[in-house]
Design a protein around this ligand. Structure first.
Ligand code: UDP
Ligand code: MG
Length: 329
């Protein structure tokens, strides 16, 4: 598909779009689809289900083809390779036609049964319905602590609060989706972007299930990468740290120099040199490397942004043939 004509012009609209990024989820897809259909059966209006296949290498594409053949409200978008979940969500939001759009994981950790409650919150006037997981008990202690530390760090560093334990399970009103679609940056820290747009946000609690089948695709290194992305995208505070550390060092070394001077003049002490020297040299060297590393994180991202490559490439896009108007109001 030609990326210059992307996103395609809307052909029709519907009440609700459900956007599902997926990567190698053959084990859960049939079950997911059943539960989605059951959950939207009572929705008064047309619904579309947008599966965004993030370059799966398993049987997912065939299953999606089958699901689409058997259900007119299924759209299937396929990337040319694995670009990552954030990109898949971005693409899904660009083609979603609903007056309300729900984003959720495809592994059934986000229960489709919450959809009616989310729609109700939207009808009551919310632009963004954030779904907060009640407990993270299923995750390892280490991952929980890491998540805690991450939220604490990012909320201290950026001026915009990012709600804790709210993932990508959310509902957006049309104007919220339009706002998100205007954000062009490559660094897609979705949690931050979702908070950045503002509007009327409400939060509902839900019980995060276990993954229905398959396995989580996150690795620790990716989570670290994700944390750095988040911090660099929404704060320049790390850049300012170098200034403060440098100033402190300068003041301390001035005081130290003064004390050497006084000791040498007043008491005629020979100043013992080597230990102080080596410690100061190593410490300053380390701090400088750290500051350069922080600069590097930002400059690397600037260089990526400035290339202005497309965020993803499309292998194929097959829109829904008809949004089944289930029980018109
Ligand atoms: N996912 C994706 N692209 C990726 C990795 C994951 O679209 O490169 C999808 C995945 O299929 C699932 C969702 O993102 O629907 C969440 O992924 P996962 O369950 O592996 O992460 P976790 O729930 O452990 O955070
Ligand atoms: Mg999961």
């Amino acid at each position: 598909m030609n990326m210059r004509t992307w996103p395609p012009a809307p052909e029709r609209t519907c009440l609700l779009s459900i956007v599902l990024p997926l990567f190698n989820e053959e084990a859960v897809l049939p079950m997911l689809h059943q539960r989605l259909l059951a959950a939207v059966a009572d929705v008064a209006g047309a619904v579309e289900i947008v599966y965004v296949d993030d370059g799966s290498s398993d049987g997912s594409p065939e299953i999606l083809k089958r699901l689409r053949a058997g259900c007119s409200m299924v759209s299937v978008l396929r990337f040319s390779r694995n670009f990552g979940k954030e990109q898949a969500i971005t693409a899904g939001l660009q083609i979603a036609r609903g007056a309300a759009v729900i984003v959720m994981d495809s592994d059934l950790q986000h229960p489709p049964e919450m959809i009616p409650a989310m729609l109700q919150a939207w009808r009551d006037g919310a632009d963004v319905v954030n779904m907060r997981r009640r407990s993270r008990a299923d995750e390892s202690w280490l991952k929980r602590q890491a998540a805690r530390g991450f939220y604490r760090a990012i909320n201290r560093l950026s001026d915009m609060p990012i709600p804790e334990d709210v993932g990508d399970f959310r509902l957006f009103s049309r104007r919220a989706v339009d706002a998100l679609n205007q954000l062009q940056e490559r660094n897609r820290f979705m949690k931050g972007l979702f908070a950045w747009i503002g509007y009327r946000q409400v939060t509902l609690d839900f019980d995060c299930g276990e993954r229905a089948a398959g396995y989580s695709k996150w690795r620790f290194r990716q989570l670290w990468q994700f944390a750095i992305e988040g911090i660099t995208a929404f704060s320049v505070a790390p850049l300012k740290v170098a200034t403060k550390v440098g100033l402190t060092c300068a003041l301390l070394s001035f005081a130290l120099g003064l004390s050497f001077f006084v000791r040498a003049l007043a008491f005629g002490d020979p100043v013992p040199g080597f230990p102080t020297l080596i410690v100061v040299v190593l410490m300053l060297g380390g701090l400088q490397m750290l500051a350069i590393g922080v600069l590097g994180e930002y400059i690397g991202r600037l260089s990526l942004e400035s290339k202005r490559r497309p965020l993803f490439l499309i292998e194929s896009y097959e829109p829904a043939t008809a949004y089944v108007p289930l029980l018109q109001p």
